[in-house]
Write a protein that binds this ligand. Sequence first.
Ligand SMILES: [Zn+2]
Length: 245
Amino acid sequence: MPNKSTTGLVDGARSLLRATVGLIYPTLCLGCEVRLPEITDDELPICPACLRRLPRATTGQVSKRLVRLPDTAGVFNELFALWVFDEGGTIQRLQHALKYQNRPQLGERLGRYMAGALNGEFGHPLYDAVFPIPLARRRQLERGYNQSRRLALGMAEVLNDHPDVPQGLLVRTRATRSQTNLSRAKRWINVSGAFGLAETTDLTNHRVLLVDDILTTGATMTAAALPLREAGAMVDLAVFAVVAV
Ligand SMILES: [Zn+2]
C-alpha cells in the first residue's frame, strides 16, 4: 500500500501530467472541434451546443429495425437507443474514436452517459447483469479491448446496485464474417446461432441488459439475446445509436 504522502505525490504528478498533456493535446469537441475545458469522467468530448443538437432516438426506431428480422418476436423486453446514427456526423466520429483510436475510457464515459439517459427513460430499472456483445477474437486482439464491454462497464457503474458485467459467459460459438457490406438477410444468416453460454446457467427471473455500440439491422443483438432468453432471462437492449430505417 502506498503511504499518504506518496499518494499525494503521485496525484500531484498525475494532475501535472494531465495539465501538460492538456496543453499539447487539448480535448476538442468531436462535433465542431472547439477546444473544451478539462472534462470530468462523466462528460463526453462534445460541447454543450453539439450535444444538444444530437438526434435522440425513439424505441420505435429500434423496433422498426428488429421486426425486419426473423425469429425476433418476444426476444427483447425494453429497447433503448440514445441517438440516431448520423453518417459523417458527430456520432459517427464518436463511434470511430471508440473503436479505432485506442480510447477504452471513452467507452466507459459513454456508458455512464447512456445509463443516465436509460435510467430517466425506464425509471431506474434493476438489472441482474449487463452483457456486452462479445467481440470476435481477432478483433479483440487487433483493438486490445472490446468497446461494447467498456460501454457495459460504464453503464454498470451508474445503474441501480451496480450489476455484474460477466466475462466469458456469453460467448461467440463460431467465427463470423464482418457484418459490414452484408445485406440484411445475409447478416442474419451470418450471425444466427453464433452466440451461446459457455456453461449451463439458469437465468430464470433475471433481468439482464445486452449492450452494443451501434444497432444496424439488429441481427447481432438478436442472435446474442437468444441464448440469454433460452436460459430464462428477460433481456433489455441498449445501444448508443441506431441506424434509422
Ligand atoms: Zn461542438
